[in-house]
Design a binder for this molecule. Sequence first.
Ligand SMILES: [Zn+2]
Length: 295
Amino acid sequence: MRLDDEAESQNVEDRRGGFGGGGFGAGPKTIGIGTIIVALAASYFFGIDPSLIMQGASVIQGQQPTQQQAPPQANRAPATDQMSVFTRKVLGNTERTWEHVFETQLNRRYTAPTLVMFSGATPTACGTGQSAMGPFYCPGDHKVYIDLAFYNELRQRFGAGGDFAQAYVIAHEVGHHVQNLLGVSEKVDAARRRMGEAQANQLSVRMELQADCLAGVWAAAAQRANQQLLEPGDIEDGLRAAAAIGDDRLQRQAQGYVVPEAFTHGSSEQRVRWLRKGLTAGSVRECDTFAARQL
Ligand SMILES: [Zn+2]
């Protein structure tokens, strides 16, 4: 991606290194409880199954206080570090792009989310956010939460590097914000509460695939506004990332077998298909995963 000319977003809270400072250092028990709350409401995580978060959480609880989880150098991390600048620029682009898409396609006004950079753990309106969950969006406070170390994980653990893969992560979470603004999140949450688990999971999958599609709409519209933004290979990086975090692939990695009823984000194939659909169509209307017969 070419982001040289992109203005950085001002809607960023940098909480990196803040966890060890004392204000929020209540210890691992608090984190466990928060994790359970967040995991139960887990339809907004980037690609990590809630049960995997719970496993990760119990591992953390068995260890020494969580302060040790935070990298020692995280305190007072300068806001000029490369990954932070990248994130601010991509977020800035999503603001300008979605403002335009809302105006031209939906005849509505876009209000931007805040992005919180954190390391280790941080309080959110959805409970305690933890790095192990991967990036997520909390509809309750309109904030996207990300530990920038996830970019490394994406590359090393999921084999999905490249700056557009990282941008897709942000765009997917911003996609959840768009769903929140459009009232989709609220409807889905209400419907999920009336359902059994398998049905609720199916609804989560449609929600997640829509966020993937909206990430594609963003990229298409951003490219239309600035033809230089995407470079050869970028789209492939994004599609590779979408494939890498499909539920089937994650489940196979974590437990060795696949349970489709437990999918909450969609299979690799579905995630690629909907990201591609958004990219190709460039239109919010094409992202109606709830009406789609075939995902
Ligand atoms: Zn998501």
